[in-house]
Unconditional design. Structure first.
Length: 394
């Protein structure tokens, strides 16, 4: 731990001395202003004395007045600065939250022109070791996708610093991330979904059935209005033009292809709560009649249903086979895609139904489920190795 002492000079001015230990030896650095002393002290506490000294020495060779990474990030995210444009208020607020809880923890007190590749590596190591706030596992770590998203923001902040001529390069570009912990998609069979649906409370059954029957995202399904369902065409459809965004705001879907018409079928339409004003939400909160929020639904409704669907005693009492899987609500979207593919639906049709921006996303996510591909690969290997493997009769 570093400490700061104010000392009055002979000329009656005040200097600020930061004291710290290096290899059990007491060292100190003096600063003319308290802000610089506090920054250096905070840096020692965060990264250690040796690393802080290296930053300080590097800093002496650079132009004075360069902001710290924290200060530059605040300017970058400030709408009035005009640096980051074209994003929604909720997204900007989300970026500020990421900077506060993640990026600034390791990098905040380092001058933005002194951030090195090693600093980026230290942040990556720290971030990848953080526990997941969503995981139910005792040792669940933050997902690889979350780390990638945070790293993308970090890289954008440093790229803006390069454009502002605070530094010559972006040390975050090309930094390697570990694969981390990734949630593997859970695909349910129709019978398995029926087991899960049995334990969903009646009020929420239409929503859960719609999610698996349409393949829409949670943010899209819960933003639908009753008038978005068109019963005057065959088959019926739902028009997806909006989705809930961060900060509780409603905006366009995730991508341009996300604005789409989703095919429905008669049985699912009969299951939907279509009575009432066309401008009201199709799926509403049971108490307030307004928006359904994901976190309360998952914690109070979904997770309890999944637990019940895996409980041998409760399943036996209902005459059901335990699920043996622990899907998330988003896995209903994966399940929808797997059912389409199992019935031979071409991948471009699956892409359109799911609203993927690129066909490569559909192929990368669900290409392994295409039955024709499996059959063709197996046939090729059978023909190739027909005279290679020894006969079992020998």
């Amino acid at each position: 731990m570093a400490s700061i002492q104010a000392r009055r000079r002979t000329d009656d001015t005040i200097s600020y001395r930061v004291q710290f230990r290096v290899d059990k030896q007491m060292r100190s650095k003096s600063f003319a202003d308290p802000k610089g002393a506090q920054q250096f002290s905070d840096l020692i506490d965060r990264v250690g004395a040796i690393a802080a000294l290296a930053v300080w020495e590097t800093r002496q060779e650079r132009t004075a007045g360069v902001p710290t990474f924290r200060e530059w990030t605040e300017r970058y995210l400030d709408e009035a600065s005009g640096i980051l444009t074209g994003i929604e208020p909720g997204t900007r607020a989300g970026y500020r939250a990421i900077a506060k809880r993640s990026l600034n923890t390791i990098l905040g007190d380092i001058p933005v022109d002194a951030v090195t590749r090693q600093d980026i590596g230290r942040w990556i190591s720290w971030q990848e070791a953080q526990p997941s706030v969503r995981s139910r596992k005792a040792n669940g770590l933050v997902s690889a996708k979350t780390v990638r998203n945070y790293h993308s923001l970090l890289s954008a902040i440093l790229t803006a610093a390069v454009e502002a001529k605070y530094r010559p390069d972006n040390p975050a570009r090309g930094a390697r991330l570990s694969r981390g912990q990734k949630h593997e998609a859970v695909f349910l069979t129709p019978n398995e979904f029926a087991v899960l649906l049995h334990f969903i409370p009646p009020y929420y059954k239409p929503l859960v059935a719609f999610l698996v029957g349409s393949g829409t995202r949670w943010s899209e399904a819960t933003a639908l209005e009753k008038r978005d369902v068109n019963l005057d065409v065959a088959p019926p459809t739902a028009r997806v033009t909006k989705a809930w965004k961060k900060g509780g705001l409603m905006g366009p879907p995730k991508s341009e292809k996300g604005r789409r018409t989703v095919a429905l079928f008669a049985e699912i339409v009969a299951f939907l709560p279509l009575d009432g004003e066309g401008s009201s939400l199709l799926f509403q909160g049971v108490q307030n009649g307004g928006r359904l929020w994901y976190a309360p639904f998952k914690n109070r409704i979904w997770d309890r249903a999944v637990e019940a669907a895996n409980d041998p005693a409760r399943c036996k009492a209902a005459g059901l086979t335990p699920l043996g899987k622990r899907p998330t609500p988003h896995d209903l979207r994966h399940t929808h895609a797997s059912w389409l593919i199992a019935r031979g639906t071409p991948l471009p049709y699956v892409q359109a139904q799911l609203g993927h921006e690129k066909i490569t996303t559909t192929v990368d996510t669900y290409g392994h489920l295409v039955p024709e591909a499996h059959a063709q690969l197996a046939a090729i290997m059978q023909q190739t190795m027909a005279h290679v493997l020894p006969s079992l009769e020998q």
